[in-house]
Design a protein. Structure first.
Ligand SMILES: Nc1ncnc2c1ncn2[C@@H]1O[C@H](COP(=O)(O)OP(=O)(O)OP(=O)(O)O)[C@@H](O)[C@H]1O
Length: 615
């Protein structure tokens, strides 16, 4: 059973979204998109009018027995007119394409900016994530709403202009004709629209059948499934499933075709009625008012064409309505509320060599939707220049604490203060400049090793990059590569790029943190992927790596936290123990238990190993 997703009302209507697109084109230096769209509409109506008048004018000249020269002149004028308008129209259409792509690209850039700079909690917010995913669909291709809307606006403008021109022509003949044509074309449109909307209304159902068939045919070809298919003799089961899916899909389309036939019949009947009425009126005018053949042809063609304009206006409004829903989605995503303050906050410049203090006052934090706090009533001061270790079991809240310190999350209760000022008052982007960090999940960009360390592809201090790579213990590896510091990372983008191991990547991230040289350094399990030798090397260098900075260090290996000035143990939502390694060992609490447990494991491991070797 396919569930229908509940559609919420769009925030912006058609007019507002059209204005939004016009404003983007205007401000992004693509004014010509607007001008060319209007020009294209005018040319399209002009072309239609030339075509409308060509046959009646020549017929009228023939009827009046004008000299051959004059007749040829009339024909020549129309041919030239048609050529000129068609060429101009083609020129405009070709030239409008790149501008439209540019406007769409501007929206893509805005979405990318939003995704990269939005407040961290938004990335965890379902509504924001859905809006972002939907928005990406709305900017993906030429036929996406943010580009195709220009075609709709152009066609709609042409339809409206054509409608006005034709209405003035036809009301001069018979106003009632105008009314009848609007009525029949309108009815034909609404019936057709309702019926043709069948596929749109059932698109989820159709997509489900398609997904099912694609899955089955892909699995049948999939190498990893090939063994099971053969060993377990799944071929006939697969065929049966595929036949069932195909039958369901065919039956869906048969149902849809059955519905469409009624739209066709309704359209035929209405067109027949409309033409019959037009013929009747015009024939009556020929008999009663002496309308000549050329005029008859002109008015009959105009009356039939008028229906097209009416139909076109309704159709384009409908398309615009759907595109407007997509544009509204993009706007809602771009305008998604930011829980943090950025430009409006106080500016903050990190001063080289200056040491700062961070204080957490009665800080509690609960993830949205969670039924209990991850952290409760934390009071903690990270003193200037202090090296603080945070330890605790899995899920105790260590990373969450670090996110609160770094300003990636805001407390649900309490405050985080930087030198006495609530960090919510600062521009958050400025606040982030205070931190160098190595998190558990890291991000390598498609660029060279040097660019990844400097986080910049334009200007960077190459010597400092090399020093940081050296400190992080990656120099030998980097220098062994043919392109050294200019070696590309990320094989998805660069052919021949290299793949670093987990430990090498972690060292690279450490080099990046060192290069940034911020007042605070945050290391969340920075040695988890390192081998014991590399890990011990980092511990030995820890003083040097964090010299002149305050640091927060998370680790599960308690032996590695001994060199920190203070250790806090997080347990059951709060800080349960606090002190130096020796103080905590003396206390004999959980820290001491865990430490003993780990040391025992290693000692026993060594003993077992030793025994094994002896036997
Ligand atoms: N985005 C999130 N939404 C909801 N709950 C979350 C989210 N991130 C973490 N949590 C929950 O918060 C708790 C603390 O997570 P956190 O990652 O801070 O723990 P940790 O002590 O760093 O764990 P580990 O040692 O495994 O890295 C966990 O129970 C986790 O499931």
């Amino acid at each position: 059973m396919i569930k229908k997703a509940k559609m919420s009302r769009p925030k912006y209507h058609m007019g507002q979204n059209t204005w939004f697109m016009v404003k983007i084109a205007w401000t992004s230096g693509e004014k010509k998109v607007i001008v060319l769209s209007l020009l294209s509409a005018v040319l399209s109506v002009a072309l239609n009018l030339v075509n409308l008048y060509v046959a009646p004018s020549i017929l009228s000249a023939v009827e009046r027995h004008v000299p051959v020269g004059e007749l040829m002149w009339t024909i020549g004028e129309f041919v030239l007119g048609l050529m000129f308008v068609s060429a101009a129209s083609e020129y405009v259409n070709v030239n409008t394409l790149y501008g439209r792509i540019s406007v769409r690209r501007e929206i893509v850039a805005r979405l990318n900016r939003k995704a990269a700079t939005t407040s961290y909690p938004n990335l965890d917010n379902d509504q924001f994530r859905k809006l972002m995913a939907k928005s990406r669909e709305c900017v993906k291709m030429n036929k996406s709403a943010t580009e195709a809307v220009w075609t709709t606006l152009t066609t709609l403008s042409a339809d409206l202009l054509g409608f006005l021109v034709y209405i003035s022509l036809l009301t001069s003949v018979q106003p009632i004709l105008v009314f009848i044509i609007i009525l029949t074309a309108g009815s034909s449109y609404f019936i057709g629209n309702h019926v043709n909307g069948y596929e749109y209304r059932h698109r989820e159902e159709e997509a489900e059948y398609e997904r099912h068939m694609t899955y089955l045919s892909e699995r049948a070809r999939d190498l990893s499934a090939a063994k099971d298919i053969r060993i377990f003799g799944l071929r006939s089961w697969f065929s049966e499933l595929y036949t069932k899916a195909m039958d369901a899909y065919t039956s869906f389309h048969r149902r849809a075709q059955g519905v469409y036939i009624w739209a066709k019949i309704a359209d035929l009947v209405l067109t027949f009625l409309r033409n019959a009425v037009i013929y009747w009126y015009l024939v009556r005018m020929v008999i009663k008012d002496g309308l000549d053949v050329a005029e008859f042809l002109l008015f009959f063609t105009a009356a039939s064409g008028f229906g097209e304009w009416v139909f076109g206006i309704l159709r384009e409004f409908h398309i615009l309505y759907r595109q407007s829903l997509d544009i509204s989605t993009v706007r809602e995503c771009l305008e998604f509320d930011e829980p943090f303050t950025f430009e409006a906050g106080r500016t903050l410049r990190s001063e080289r060599g200056r040491k700062y203090e961070i204080r957490l006052e009665h800080v509690s934090f609960r993830y949205p939707g969670a039924d209990k706090n991850t952290l409760t009533d934390i009071n903690l001061t990270l003193h200037p220049g202090e090296r603080l270790a945070v330890v605790g079991l899995n899920g105790a809240g260590k990373t969450t604490l670090v996110y609160l310190i770094c300003g990636l999350l805001d407390p649900t209760e309490g405050r985080v203060l930087l030198d006495g000022t609530d960090i919510r008052d600062f521009c958050r982007t400025d606040y982030y400049t205070m931190f160098s960090a190595v998190f558990q999940s890291f991000s390598l960009l498609a660029g060279t090793i040097a660019e990844n360390v400097a986080q910049n592809d334009l200007e960077f201090d190459r010597k400092r990059v090399e020093e940081c790579i050296e400190k992080a213990g990656l120099r030998a590896k980097v220098e062994s590569l043919p392109d050294g510091y200019d070696t590309y990372l990320n094989r998805e983008v660069y052919e021949g790029a290299i793949l670093l191991s987990g430990g090498e990547t972690q060292r690279l991230m450490l080099a990046r943190a060192l290069y940034k040289d911020a007042p605070f350094i945050v290391l969340d399990e920075p040695t988890a992927a390192l081998d014991p030798i590399a890990e011990s090397e980092i511990y030995q260098k820890y003083n040097e790596l964090t010299r002149g900075k305050s640091s927060v260090y998370i680790s599960h290996r308690l032996a590695s936290t001994r060199f920190c000035d203070r250790i806090i143990m997080i347990d059951g939502a709060g800080i349960s123990e606090e002190g130096t390694h020796d103080e905590l060992m003396k206390l004999g609490g959980k820290y001491a238990d865990f430490y003993e447990m780990q040391s025992k494991y290693y000692r026993e491991g060594d003993a077992d190993h030793g025994e094994e070797q002896q036997t």
